[in-house]
Design a protein around this ligand. Structure first.
Ligand code: ATP
Ligand code: MG
Length: 176
């Protein structure tokens, strides 16, 4: 491990009560695989990877400049990537979610930070190495999103732990 660097990502942390409801629902599906811990449920906006500690002040100030209204996320799609990762996602991602991820990404790129060019795919990881997608699952979870945050991904004896470094409020919601 490099003491002068952190493995960073911007994400939405799933609120604790919603995370409990989601993992209870997931566990009731009784699928094989390695469950993601309730406390770790999140939706990644931009993954930065290893970044020097000296970069942190810049990252904090540029995140503060991103102005996006709060939004509601309706998680109503259960999917599985070829890697075996089972995830929840919105069937119709709100525009503000896309704007938030893209806004952060553009600001980081403008600052000269290298990012991989995988397109943004909003998802909330539930279960790794899951052999199949259940046919009859109909998830429906509502998540009012009011903040985003910067996390450091750290390894512990119990697996990955995401340490929140700072969070920022979204703008008050726009009326429909
Ligand atoms: P683990 O790797 O221990 O199984 P993890 O994948 O959740 O756990 P990290 O690899 O540190 O932990 O990743 C943190 C977050 O960033 C996760 O949401 C992960 O999906 C995402 N992520 C990791 N690598 C990339 C990448 N190259 N591009 C986009 N997102 C990534
Ligand atoms: Mg990983």
């Amino acid at each position: 491990m490099n003491d002068d660097a952190l493995r960073l990502f911007f994400a939405l942390r799933c609120p604790p009560r919603l995370a409990e409801a989601i993992t209870t629902w997931r566990d009731d599906l009784q699928l094989q695989g390695r469950p993601v811990a309730t406390a770790n449920l999140h939706l990644t906006l931009v993954f930065l990877g290893q970044q020097p500690l000296t970069q942190l002040p810049t990252l904090l100030s540029l995140a503060a400049s991103v102005q996006v209204p709060a939004f509601d996320l309706h998680l109503d799609h259960l999917g599985r990537f070829n890697s075996g990762l089972l995830y929840l996602a919105p069937n119709q991602p709100p525009e503000a979610l896309q704007d938030l991820a893209q806004g952060l990404r553009d600001t980081l790129l403008d600052t000269g930070i290298n990012l991989d060019d995988r397109p943004f795919r909003a998802h909330l990881s539930l279960l790794r190495r899951c052999p199949r997608l259940p046919a009859d699952a109909t998830p429906s979870f509502d998540w009012p999103v009011s903040h985003f945050a910067l996390f450091a991904s750290e390894q512990s004896a119990h697996g990955s732990h995401y340490r929140q470094l700072q969070q920022w409020p979204l703008r008050p919601k726009e009326s429909p």
